[in-house]
Write a protein that binds this ligand. Structure first.
Ligand code: G4P
Length: 191
């Protein structure tokens, strides 16, 4: 997606070979007009997929996922992160480990908000190792709902997330694909 590629190149800050800071328009401050365009782009890409709900993971996925839900006229379902290990029969729960942050958390989904009649689109800001998306998929499967695809704003294509998801047969659409990061260096894949 041209608009997001331009913003990443202009305002993204590559800290090292692994981390791209996008605090000014995605993570800490959000550009609503950019988010609207992002939502419309996902809606266009997945328009014929029969989607009934958008699913995202708090917190940075919420803004683009909401705009996608708005553009597709479907509800947005948020997977919550919780440190709690308490079992709750009204919740589907799974543990996700973040390699980037070196932490684990419990991802939860309220069971009454999803059913086997749902066909969902997962939206998230970054795809790195694919752990968050894989956790989301585990929860959606517990509900016997089906997955239309995964929409990502920024994919770090040199990390294994895409391959992991494609191996399981999922359709991935990433608006920006980064082939290389280094201090002050951002290289994008031609799309
Ligand atoms: P994975 O889900 O693809 O395996 O990624 P990983 O666990 O390694 O990353 C976990 C968190 O780090 C996610 O945020 C993800 O968005 C973020 N992240 C990964 N790589 C980058 C990067 O290069 N730049 C930035 N800015 N973030 C990155 P999170 O913990 O879910 O936090 P949030 O949604 O509350 O912001």
């Amino acid at each position: 997606m041209k608009l997001l590629e331009e913003r990443v190149l202009k305002e993204g800050n590559a800290l090292n070979e692994n981390i791209l800071k996008v605090d000014g328009f995605i993570n800490h401050q959000i550009d609503p007009e950019l988010m609207q365009a992002i939502g419309e782009d996902f809606a266009e890409h997945f328009k014929d997929s029969g989607i009934t709900k958008i699913v995202t993971i708090e917190s940075s996925g919420i803004a683009p996922a909401l705009m996608t839900a708005h553009a597709m006229h479907v509800p947005l379902l948020i997977l919550k992160k919780s440190p709690s290990k308490v079992l709750n029969e009204n919740m589907y729960q799974t543990i996700v480990t973040s390699y980037t942050k070196g932490t684990s958390y419990e991802l939860t989904l309220a069971s009454h908000l999803i059913s086997e009649r749902d066909h969902v689109l997962i939206i998230d800001d970054f795809l790195a190792n694919g752990e968050a998306a894989t956790g989301a998929i585990r929860l959606i499967r517990k509900a016997h709902a089906t997955i239309a695809g995964v929409g990502i704003l920024i994919e770090k294509s040199f990390q294994p997330g895409r391959a992991k998801l494609e191996e399981q047969g999922f359709s991935i659409y990433s608006q920006v694909r980064i082939t290389k990061l280094d201090q002050g260096v951002i290289e994008l894949m031609e799309q």
